[in-house]
Structures are given as C-alpha cells and as structure tokens.
Ligand binder design. Sequence first.
Ligand SMILES: Nc1ncnc2c1ncn2[C@@H]1O[C@H](COP(=O)(O)OP(=O)(O)OP(=O)(O)O)[C@@H](O)[C@H]1O
Length: 360
Amino acid sequence: MSALRVRGLSAVAGRKIILGMSGGVDSSVAAYLLKQQGAQLEGVFMRNWDAANERGECPGDQDWRDVQAVDFVREYWTRVFAKTIDDYANGHTPNPDIACNREIKFGALVDRCVQGDAWLATGHYARIACDAGDVPYLLRGVDSNKDQSYYLSDVKQSQLARAIFPLGSMDKSEVRAIARAHKLTTANKAESMGICFVGKRPEYIPQHPGEVVSLGGRVLGQHQGIFSWTVGQRAGICAGSEKWFVVGKDIPNNKIYVVPGTTHPALFATKVTVANWHWIGDRRPEAVANGRLVSAQIRYRQQPDTCRVAFDSNDGDSTVHFVRPQRAPAPGQYIVLYDGDCCLGCGVIQTSPLGVASLG
Ligand SMILES: Nc1ncnc2c1ncn2[C@@H]1O[C@H](COP(=O)(O)OP(=O)(O)OP(=O)(O)O)[C@@H](O)[C@H]1O
C-alpha cells in the first residue's frame, strides 16, 4: 500500500452528492458542510421500518419534510431484518447495523438513488483515504469515541470509491458546535438508537422458556427465551452473593449456562474461531496473509487488541489468536480487523468462550 491521502471535503465541489439524511445532527451538519463546499446536493431519507403498521403513525414523516423520502421497507425486511431474526432464533448475536450499511445504505440506496458519477455521503464517523492509484481504504474516524468504522467493515472498496464521509476528520463536539452556530434544528437532538430495538421485540421470535444452569449443572433459574441472552451479559439470577453472567448457550437443549462474577475465567478466551471473512479490498490483506500482528475489535467501542489470524483453509475457517484474553466473544458477533487506523474487513465469530459448539 503506497502513502494514503484522506478524501477531504474539497473533493465534492461541483459533484452530485446523494446524502443519506436520518433526521439527526450528524447528517444535517454533513449537509451543511457539503453545501458549503459547492456540492450539488440531494438528501434522501430512507424509510426502513413501517412504523405506521404498528402504531398507526410514522415518525419518519415528521423528521424530514424537505428531503426525498424513499421506501426501503421491503429491502430492509428481507435483507436485514429477516436474517437478524434468524440469527437471534439460532441463539447468535447478530449485528443488524453492519448488515444495514452493507445491504441498505451501500446496497439498495446506492442502486436506487446514486446514479452516474454521483457519490453517496453519510454522516458516519469514518474516513476514506486513497493510495497513489486512487484505490480507496477505510480508516477510523478521528474522534475515537465516535469512530464508526466497525459498522462499515462489511462494505467493499468499489462502494467506498463512490462515497464520502464529511464528518470523519471531526470530533462530535465540533459537529454539535457547527449545528448550534448555524441554528440547525437538530443541534441538540439526542443520539439515535439505530435498530438495536430489534432485539427487544419478542413478538418476532417464538419464546421457549428453559433452564439457567451453572457450569456444574445446577439449575439456578428459568429464562423466558434463549434468543434475548448474549454471552457476557448479566443474568438476573439470585444464587449466593455473586452476580451471575451468561457464559454459553446450549441451543438444542434450550439452556443458558452462567458463571459467578463478571471476571470469571470461563468468560475469557485468547482465541476465537472465525468464518465468513469479508475483506474491504478485493483479496486477503497482505498483513493478514503474512500472519502479521494486527488489531481487532469484537464489539463496537471496544479497545482494539493485538492478534494474529491463522487460516485453516483458503478464506474459510480460521482462528484468531489474541495476545490478551478477550471477555465474552459470542457466536454471531463481528470481529473487525485493523492495521493501524486502516480497517481491513470483518468476520463472524463462531464460538463462545467455552469453545464448545453445542454451547453455541
Ligand atoms: N433513515 C435514514 N435515511 C437516510 N440516511 C440515513 C438514515 N439513517 C441513517 N442514515 C445515514 O447513516 C449515517 C449513520 O447512521 P447512524 O444511525 O449511525 O446515525 P447517527 O450517528 O445517529 O447520525 P445522525 O445524527 O445523522 O442520525 C447517518 O449520519 C446518515 O447519513
């Protein structure tokens, strides 16, 4: 990789830019900045969820009246939501936000709305940098508290080639200050909650009560449905003076295994099995192929940790060996790899700390 140059806002002057506008402060400041740089700007609000069906109202209608609203309810349902529900039902911990970026914002939205030599812009905190041959790479946003490259790790270089993240080199506090200075109505709006609400919707997943069991096999309580529990999460069990935490799920037998104490050794693993790797570039990155030390996050907003990837087969199953033990890797969670600030891609964790397949 030759020296990288960050794609700055000046690249948009005179260019047609389709900006995803969510109704929050980030995308409205992005709109302001793009306009200021002379972009030919068009805003698109994606309606991904048919709230009207549930409550007889649609909050999307009032959020943005002055941007084009495009309906992606069907795409969202089939390409993100259905898979998320399947994952939950199989006891995995899905990440619908990653799927939404890949399938909807950088998928259906681009296909439907970003034509010709137009680019897509979003208010994500991440950066795109190009090498001497104009090949784009995904970099972390400079605000380490807001960096969203984790959520973008499943997009392709070809999608980054036609994208820009106007806020990637800014801190959130600067973004809010711009919004206030220009009296944008979104200036003091709270952060949006993404679609994590999916996990709190038991009506979409059949509930089957089952046992909560210690590693020694003692039944400590009942759960109301295995899908809503994730490895590492506190289990509401009253047994002794310690708090109990989920360490594994036995899907066929509908049991949740728990251990006492948030730092119980069984919650930690120095290696995880990972499949379904996706590389942002068109092949396995050189750092990974050569078995160099890289860093990884197994969840959003986690301190990255040093690791090495060992492949069992060509881009198939692999084991990621960490230098320090990781707390609570969970099947279905994305592991995202970085070489310095450069996001290399992601894979899907297959094992829980117990490492026993039947314990999910
Ligand atoms: N419903 C939507 N329609 C169009 N674009 C969207 C929508 N939701 C999110 N986006 C785009 O994706 C970006 C990141 O989405 P995310 O949900 O993380 O937003 P956010 O950090 O809360 O940003 P904002 O403050 O703009 O809501 C947004 O800044 C916006 O550009």
